[in-house]
Design a protein around this ligand. Sequence first.
Ligand code: FES
Length: 159
Amino acid sequence: MAETQMSADGLKSLARYMDQFEDKESAIIKVLYEAQHIFGYLSNDVMLFIAEKMDIPAAKIFGVVSFYSYFTTTPRGRCQIKACMGTACFVRGSEKVVSEFEKQLNIKRGQTSDDLKYSLDVLRCVGACGLAPVIVVNDKVYGKATAADVSKIINEIQG
Ligand code: FES
């Protein structure tokens, strides 16, 4: 499907989602969450569309997006690799695991590969310290990860 068609369909479905809310102000987070789910990230155009449709100042939408680290304004990879760098994971070697991902994927933490296949991010504690170091790829959790596991994980997510 062409990208413009995808965006048009995405905007239509976002508009339908927004229509269900009476109190627009209190629905901002839900709407932004849905928009990021549809488009993968929040472009300026999408944020302006939301502002106009919900009759909320664009500055307010931009403010909310920049406040919450969950939201991203740049395209992310189809495989979103997130490494926990909370204390337990850090102590058990997450830095080495992240460095190995950087080396093998040829991107730095916080970056996305040019082909939009991978993005690599670091997180604070994800609440699974017993499994430290923890890597989350999309919704799948890899516990007790080591640098030696990195190529295995990459092969698996490519598959
Ligand atoms: S510090 Fe990584 S899961 Fe808690």
